[in-house]
Design a protein. Structure first.
Length: 242
């Protein structure tokens, strides 16, 4: 009996010792949660008036395919963005050594998109003047946002190297447009929903991005449009986590 008790006691001591070493070692799953992230993104989006009866021709000349009874919106030529942030975990250890719930915060989220406005201008007799739309040329339009991001996230760490994350973020922003030597801007509300897959420190991800803004002329002239301008699209990104 004594030998049995001694054997059981020895086994319990070994188990407790192994558990203590596992809790303090570098292989703990919570030690492998990489909380900081930096994203470099390709941006694809489209802008259109929130009032479907309006087109870009309210303060500009009509653009084919946008006004023309369709109001399909204007797709960007290309866009880029950078985001840097951190996840603050709401608990010390992962649930079941696998799942972590946190709050994402970012004070650096910059987005730029380039568009082409077809048939833009006035009847100035310049070459390429379009009598149908009363416009003369195509011009580049530049749109940019600076945002603060905050929202819940779920991080799954099935091993030492793999990190899977999903999130939803509220993004209060300042959005601006520069076109034809005029500058417009205002506060904008955006929302981002996405996911990422990271192996060690490098990974990829994609997120949907949507929001709206009423762009005002900083020089005191007419607003960019009579209604808000809605932006919708996605950002595909290369991610670094540490």
């Amino acid at each position: 009996m004594k030998k049995t008790l001694l054997l059981v006691s020895a086994m319990l001591c070994v188990c407790f010792s192994a558990a203590a070493q596992d809790d303090s070692g570098v292989d703990r799953p919570d030690k492998m949660v990489r909380k900081k992230f930096f994203n470099i993104s390709y941006v694809s989006d489209k802008i259109k008036p929130t009032d479907s009866s309006l087109g870009f021709g309210d303060i500009m000349d009509e653009t084919s395919g946008i006004v023309d009874g369709k109001n399909e919106g204007l797709k960007n030529n290309w866009g880029v963005s950078i985001t840097r942030g951190r996840t603050y975990m709401l608990h010390k250890k992962p649930i079941a050594r696998l799942l972590s719930i946190g709050l994402d915060l970012s004070f650096l989220d910059l987005t730029y998109s380039n568009y082409t406005m077809d048939g833009f201008g006035g009847d100035d007799g310049s070459e390429g003047y379009d009598e149908t739309y009363g416009s003369s040329e195509s011009v580049d339009m530049h749109k940019a946002e600076y945002a603060f991001l905050v929202g819940p996230s779920i991080t799954i760490t099935p091993g030492k190297s793999l990190t899977v994350a999903a999130y939803a973020r509220y993004a209060p922003s300042f959005s601006c447009i520069y076109v034809d030597d005029s500058f417009y801007g205002n506060y904008a509300t955006f929302f981002n929903v996405g996911a990422s897959l990271t192996w060690k420190k490098i990974g990829v991800g994609i997120e949907a991005r949507m929001g709206s803004c009423k762009y005002k002329n900083f020089a005191g002239g007419d607003d960019f449009m009579a209604s808000k301008l809605k932006t919708s699209g996605f950002r595909a990104f290369l991610q670094f986590r540490w």
